[in-house]
Design a binder for this molecule. Sequence first.
Ligand SMILES: CC(C)(COP(=O)(O)OP(=O)(O)OC[C@H]1O[C@@H](n2cnc3c(N)ncnc32)[C@H](O)[C@@H]1OP(=O)(O)O)[C@@H](O)C(=O)NCCC(=O)NCCS
Length: 167
Amino acid sequence: MSPEPDRLSLDRVRLRPVVSVTELLPGQVTRVDGVLPLSRLCQQVEDRSTYLIAWELDQPLGHAHIAWSGTHLRLPEIQDVFVLPKQRRRGIATRLTQTAEEKVRERGWTRVSLSVSKEGNPAARFLYTKLGYVDAGIDPVIVFGTILLRGRPFAVDDTLIYLIKAL
Ligand SMILES: CC(C)(COP(=O)(O)OP(=O)(O)OC[C@H]1O[C@@H](n2cnc3c(N)ncnc32)[C@H](O)[C@@H]1OP(=O)(O)O)[C@@H](O)C(=O)NCCC(=O)NCCS
């Protein structure tokens, strides 16, 4: 026998737990690192910056990093927004970015910044436009060469534009 319609919709609600976003704690690093890139983990340890993790129950689904100092625009900068491929288009990057904005606002800042590939990442450009980010009005920055992420070399060849948002 097929389930009654109201029972079916209740089951669907139960199958979609709420995504929560929390700051990465030292005791969670091994667990999260096995699933997500955490490309700026060294920076977090050295500069006391902040990683935010999106969780569904005990599963890490994505992250965003906030650099509080040493940034290009001398504003807090949201970096390394990443969502697992199978979890995309569920609003998780939106939640991560908005939580980062709240953290920045809580520390008394009235603006936040980030950078995005000028042409190479349309998904990110759409995301940040939708969230209200606008061109910061500075020249694009060419990044070319080899960068180290967590001690491993990566070739980069990109042009970044800087965006800002008033909080
Ligand atoms: C970019 C990224 C973070 C988006 O994550 P996400 O959780 O899928 O984003 P959201 O679900 O919050 O999307 C919010 C909005 O962004 C836009 N968007 C997101 N992904 C998009 C895509 N692939 N194509 C077009 N628009 C997209 C849409 O407007 C979307 O709203 P909609 O779903 O109602 O249409 C994710 O694709 C990712 O991890 N990419 C690899 C890492 C990366 O490029 N990070 C950004 C560095 S600057």
